[in-house]
Ligand binder design. Structure first.
Ligand SMILES: [Zn+2]
Length: 400
């Protein structure tokens, strides 16, 4: 340090008081015990230094970005702010800057993180992305709402796709690309030629293979970070609880109401959010059923329609791109829930009319008398409905 720097430091110390590492530790420990968050601890080092370890509870605002980011990170300028760097010099300069910006109670930790570590005080080493992941997810890292910690959260999270069809196929591809670490796919169907008009995860070559296996191949080719779990099965009352238990979020890509009721009741019991979507011709809709925070499927439809109004089992027509739109909106909702950002579509039904080129929204409300999630609801005791379309005779009739 030159004479001029020494002089600046001497002046700075008059304005920015210092705490020793022991004093800082004591204040932070007391604050933690009392369950308060009065003191804000700010690490002003560079990212590579932070990655080597930081003091628990610290927020990271590198000195070079201090003026740009500190007001967002610490909006209340009357709060005590304790700054630290590696050795106690940069944090002192940072303290001067905060003083100029109007922060009233700024403290610099003498000795910095180096001394903190040498004294054996507690620190955490953050998990970080590897070099390949830094490249792959760079466009996520540039978004403050995601960032490296958000990406790590996605890699740690899991989504179950019920069905690898029109809605599940696009959702699976984008969730895999986004780096959702575990994707479960339950589907017993095989790929048919008529699926390829919209189920973009499958290929002409894989016609005749199980959809779940075909989807696995596509996902593994796209992103080796993703673990794919396949269930060559249909959801029923014997397996639904066990299967959904392993997932953070469920995307409902089914096209039959018995599965929707089954999934709804099991998801309420397991407290798992279900992202519901459906399509017909040029119209699609989606909403998020978040247990006990918004309505559930039975709040909207307490019982299935009578048989005479139930859809016949023949496949309904749909514009090929439409399930792509809705499936992708479902995956957007999944990412929002996993990251804990934005306003999920809870209690809101979004509808899309492709011909009109219009999105609209409907408010949905919880029914206090809902047989599943209402005050006296019992999701475990509700009837299981048979899928008439899954019965061999009905299938044959429908395809005849
Ligand atoms: Zn309900």
């Amino acid at each position: 340090m030159g004479d001029a720097s020494r002089e600046i430091m001497r002046q700075a110390r008059k304005q920015v008081p210092e705490w020793t590492t022991a004093q800082t530790n004591e204040a932070l420990t007391r604050q933690r015990k009392e369950g308060q968050d009065e003191i804000v601890l700010v690490d002003v080092r560079e990212k590579n230094e932070w990655d080597e370890g930081y003091i628990p509870g610290a927020i990271h605002v590198p000195k070079g970005y201090l003026e740009l980011r500190i007001e967002e990170a610490v909006p209340d300028k009357s709060k005590p702010v304790v700054l630290y760097c590696a050795g106690g010099v940069r944090s002192m300069y940072a303290g001067l800057t905060l003083k100029q910006m109007g922060y009233e109670n700024v403290i610099s930790m003498a000795g910095g993180f180096g001394e903190w570590k040498n004294r054996g005080l507690p620190y955490v080493q953050p998990r970080t992305l590897n070099q390949a992941q830094l490249k792959r997810y760079s466009r996520h890292l540039l978004v403050p709402e995601v960032g490296e910690q958000g990406q790590l959260k996605l890699l740690d999270s899991s989504v179950l796709l019920v069905g690898a069809g029109g809605l599940g196929a696009p959702a699976a591809l984008y969730l895999a690309a986004a780096g959702v670490g575990t994707i479960g796919i339950i589907d017993l169907d095989v790929v048919e030629e008529s699926n390829l008009q919209r189920q973009v995860i499958h290929t002409t070559q894989r016609v005749g293979e199980y959809k779940a296996e075909s989807a696995r191949q596509a996902i593994e080719a796209l992103n080796p970070d993703v673990k794919v779990v396949t269930y060559l099965d249909r959801l029923d009352e014997t397996n639904v609880g066990r299967i959904i238990a392993d997932y953070d979020v469920i995307i409902d890509g089914t096209d039959n109401f018995p599965t929707r009721y089954l999934l709804n009741d099991a998801a309420l019991l397991a407290n798992k959010p279900v992202i519901h979507g459906s399509v017909f011709r040029f119209e699609g809709q989606l909403t998020v059923f978040k247990p006990y925070e918004g309505p559930c499927y039975r709040c909207l439809y307490p019982e299935p329609p009578p048989p005479e109004l139930a859809p016949n089992c023949a496949e309904a027509g749909v514009l090929g791109v439409l399930p792509g739109v809705i499936g992708l909106l479902q995956s957007v909702e999944a990412l929002k829930l996993l990251l804990g950002i934005g306003e999920p579509l809870v209690g809101r039904m979004m509808t899309y009319d492709a011909l009109a080129g219009e999105f609209s929204e409907l408010s949905l409300y919880r029914d206090p008398n809902c047989p599943a999630c209402g005050e006296h609801g019992h999701p475990e005791d509700l009837p299981i409905y048979a899928d008439v379309c899954a019965m061999p005779a009905a299938r044959i009739a429908a395809h005849a």
